[in-house]
Design a protein around this ligand. Sequence first.
Ligand SMILES: [Zn+2]
Length: 340
Amino acid sequence: MNQIEDIQKEFQIDKEKLDYADIKEKYLGKQGLLTIALQEIRNIPDEQRAEYGKKVNDLKNEILETQNVEQQKTYSNKERIDPTAPFDINTKGEKRNRISLISKGAVHPITKEVETLVEIFKGMGFDVLESRQIDDDYHMFESVNFPKGHPARDMYDTFLTEDGYVLPAHTSTMQNRALKLFGPPPIAVVLPGRCFRNEATDAGHEHTFHQIEGVYVDKDISLGNMLATIKTYLEAYLEKELEVKVQPAYFPFTEPDCEFVISCPFCDKAGCKTCGYSGWIEIMGCGMIHPNVLREGGIDPDIYTGFAWGFGVDRLTMIKKGIKDIRHLRDSNLNFLEQF
Ligand SMILES: [Zn+2]
């Protein structure tokens, strides 16, 4: 009896240290401790034999049980998969995110930024009208003061369809519609949409990009209103106080025409790679709406004035997120998209 209890104690120590194969050999092998103990049963007095046999059997079962425990450990170390589970359950970390991105889908970073910006404009009281992806010459050019043969048409290398339609090169293609639809003033509307230009692509240029146009018309509107409006939404979007200035520019649909410039949000004018070490970033074209454009939209320029702007969402997103190459925003690379 004492011998069984000694074996039992030894096994308790061994099962923490030895793997199953060694335990089996040591206790249940031909010369195993328990094998020998079992042979001893014939020397046990009758009245103790049943109890002795039970103890030996219990210990044997306990030893055999260590095999199951060990197998379970091995499986869990190997990250055993459950083939009946939804398949992203069987993957971990980055891989799991990727599979759930593919299977569930996600909003594209540019769409997300357009939505963020539109929410800011809505909060400022602007209406929203989405731009078109195909339009006619009148809306793209003539209605915004690019008469036929006007040299400014050469500023845009546009895509044309065989039957003479044009893929808008700017969201200004919506200005005339916005003036007619939301007039008479006051008019405050933003016009988000895709634009297309026949350009060679590089880190800073794409053939397809997003713009948000803004149109604001009322009595007594001045350049001061424009500067304050643009500064307010840029600060809301970039979550930073900015210094702003305007530089002269040329656009047919505004008079005067301005290039809106902000202090670099990364270096606070100290100079860095993003701002080309100038401390300033040219962010968009803007200006007071040309009287011809107001007139063409059915608004009397002797009574009303207004301003307009158009900025690239891709470029603004690149500045906010520190993205170095505009082409990342179109090439569907999951390694890039997963970061948003
Ligand atoms: Zn900078």
